[in-house]
Design a protein around this ligand. Structure first.
Ligand code: DGY
Length: 353
């Protein structure tokens, strides 16, 4: 494991939360972009954060021992065992992601540990990538690329690699939160009517862009039967696990395109493979997987699916903003300042705090 400023085991033997110079100790689980590390070093004592790889379970348990804060990514599962290993000094778990299904929030709350996340700063980048997948899947872009590279392109043909129209198609947004709305806004330029589901009900009329046709669906089924292109934007929770299973995928319009840039387990991957093989789905674009980074072997063998390695927020600017916000969340939580993006404010009222 890479070790940052808290390089000595000696430091761990003293007051573990304020390893040097009285600054609280933070464990950074892996390398993140600037300005994250600089901000963290200015206010805290940093442990870890030097290597760009997954930690082993033992390294994670070792790394969190005695710290006041953990800054983690979606690659680390923060559960009872990790929270116990950190011990009573732990005040905050700052997630370098908007989704926080990798953290057992109830377990953190019960220990008085604040959890924070990074919404907003990756909205546009993720919406752009959802559109990259929509266009790539609908217009068979990777298939065309493979054809050219392999020398199988022997000239234009009237029936070669025909896709489906995007402009004018009906876009279904499953989960009209910040990212869902950013995807829907881009559809205005494609003259696409939008149908959407939203946990908190229909948007206000003022929240719909001028000239756009956005229709609320009170249930997922009615969205699925209307949409030509479906884009998934719900967080992963117990309620959304396998939200799109065999029954739901059987409802979609023949030839429909499904895009998932949210979390893999929202879609039942086995059922997805079947729906892509035998219909009714025409194509899919995936950035996330049920058992990430493993990909269902059936998917890799299909031509009508575009597969990306979880790139939703992967722009220089978005990742820099995520690093900054994750650092600011942790620093604020430890200094008693207002925390920019808390997930479980109720943790602050916990008797364990
Ligand atoms: C998130 O923030 O939840 C993304 O999946 C990571 O980019």
């Amino acid at each position: 494991m890479g070790v940052g400023d808290d390089a000595t085991g000696e430091a761990l033997g003293r007051d573990r939360t304020t390893a040097s110079g009285g600054k609280p100790l933070l464990f950074l689980t892996r390398r993140i972009p600037e300005p994250g590390p600089t901000l963290l070093r200015d206010s805290l004592t940093l442990r870890g954060g030097e290597e760009d790889r997954d930690l082993t379970p033992v390294e994670l348990l070792e790394g969190v021992r005695g710290v006041a804060a953990v800054l983690c990514t979606l690659r680390e599962r923060i559960d009872d065992a990790v929270l116990d290993a950190a011990g009573p000094s732990l005040r905050v778990v700052s997630n370098f992601a908007v989704g926080y299904d990798n953290i057992d929030v109830a377990a953190a709350t019960a220990r008085g540990v604040l959890v924070t996340n990074t919404p907003g700063v990756l909205t546009e980048a993720t919406a752009d990538l959802a559109w990259a997948l929509i266009l790539a899947a609908a217009r068979r872009v990777p298939e065309g690329d493979r054809m050219v590279r392999s020398g199988a392109f022997h000239g234009w043909a009237p029936t070669m690699l025909l896709g489906v129209d995007v402009a004018g198609a009906t876009l279904g947004i499953v989960g009209m939160g910040q990212i869902g709305r950013a995807v829907a806004r881009r559809a205005v330029g494609f003259s696409m009517p939008v149908v959407y589901t939203r946990r908190s009900g229909p948007l206000e009329a003022t929240e719909t862009p001028a000239g756009a046709e956005w229709r609320y669906c009170s249930d997922l089924d009615s969205l699925l039967v209307q949409a030509d292109i479906i884009s998934v934007h719900v967080p992963l929770t117990e309620g959304t696990h396998h939200l799109l299973g065999a029954r739901e995928l059987a409802l979609v319009r023949p030839g429909a395109v499904l895009v998932n840039t949210a979390r893999g387990p929202v879609v039942h991957e086995e059922a997805l493979v079947e729906a892509l093989r035998g219909g009714p789905l025409g194509a899919a674009g995936l950035d996330v997987y049920e058992d990430e980074p493993a990909v269902h072997p059936g998917l890799a063998g299909l031509e009508n699916v575009v597969l990306l390695p979880h790139l939703g927020s992967a722009t220089h600017a978005a990742r820099g903003r995520m690093a900054e916000l994750a650092a600011r969340n942790a620093i604020a939580a430890l200094s008693g300042a207002r925390v920019p993006h808390p997930v479980n404010l109720e943790a602050l009222g916990s008797p364990d705090r």
